[in-house]
Ligand binder design. Structure first.
Ligand SMILES: NC(=O)c1ccc[n+]([C@@H]2O[C@H](COP(=O)([O-])OP(=O)(O)OC[C@H]3O[C@@H](n4cnc5c(N)ncnc54)[C@H](OP(=O)(O)O)[C@@H]3O)[C@@H](O)[C@H]2O)c1
Length: 238
């Protein structure tokens, strides 16, 4: 997809991958980037007049409705906002498990449902969902989070099939461990957030449907592609 003159919205743009995605998009000839955050005072200064700060808690119906009214035109929606709890599908309470689902699954779907008509009105565009390599199989420390990302993976495939006729590309991004606050307590080697964001934006430009933006995710996606059970066993033994 050519980014020239595109209007883009990024959720969770105040830190981590979201903030770097905004910076990466700004290197291209885009028209406008809505940098959204739960609390707009937490947004960095992107030093670019094409950036429009916007309040958007993806779990809030009111915030989503207000954002849709303000945005009016949109080509690319980037569903980046997410949380990761260390919950366990056997021992954690349903209330604990709900946190990942509310943000990563229902929150993301709420935003997609609300903004899709705007993208449709432009004659097409793209929805980019930040899934995870753990969408494909669960590491034991984060089984509640993995389940929410597996649900989002399924919704990504469904959105792609449903929106094909509307000229809306639906792109899944499946990172491995990236050096952000979200992954700070994971004792793993992590990829640079700047490289990750660059690779995601380049993947969008190249028209990829599935983006593996770091070396670990590329390697694990190959394993999953050749033998899904092997990835399940790899994560089960981590
Ligand atoms: N880092 C990794 O290793 C990794 C790997 C695979 C996938 N991912 C995915 O990549 C995405 C970005 O993760 P990250 O690593 O950049 O995480 P991060 O540094 O923890 O940032 C998470 C972002 O999501 C926002 N957010 C959380 N709940 C929200 C809500 N209800 N409404 C709006 N924004 C909300 C946060 O805002 P606040 O500052 O207000 O909390 C923050 O901007 C997530 O979907 C994550 O699951 C990350």
């Amino acid at each position: 997809m050519d980014l020239k003159s595109k209007v883009i919205l990024v959720t969770g743009a105040n830190r981590g991958i979201g903030a770097e995605l905004v910076r990466s998009f700004l290197k291209h000839d885009v028209e406008k980037v809505y940098a959204t955050a739960r609390n707009i005072s937490s947004l960095p200064n992107f030093n670019d007049s094409r950036v429009v700060p916007l309040k958007l808690d993806i779990t809030s119906k009111e915030d989503v409705a207000a954002a849709v009214n303000l945005v009016v035109q949109l080509d690319i929606l980037v569903n980046n906002a997410g949380v990761m709890t260390y919950s366990n599908v056997i021992t954690s309470s349903i209330e604990q498990l709900t946190e990942d689902m509310d943000v990563n699954y229902y929150g993301t779907l709420r935003v997609s449902q609300a903004f899709t008509p705007l993208i449709e009105k432009r004659g097409g565009g793209a929805i980019v969902n930040l899934n995870s390599i753990v969408s494909y199989a669960p590491p034991l420390a984060i089984t509640g989070y993995s389940a929410s990302k597996a649900a989002l993976f399924s919704a990504t495939q469904a959105q792609r099939a449903i929106l094909k006729t509307k000229n809306i590309e639906v792109i899944g991004v499946y990172p491995g461990p990236i050096d952000t606050d979200l992954a700070k307590d994971l004792p793993l080697d992590k990829a640079s957030v700047i490289d990750t964001a660059e690779n995601i934006v380049n993947g969008i430009i190249e028209g990829k449907e599935d983006i593996y933006p770091d070396p670990t995710s590329s390697q694990l996606a190959q394993l999953w592609g050749s033998n899904p059970k092997a990835l399940e066993n790899f994560f089960a033994n981590m």
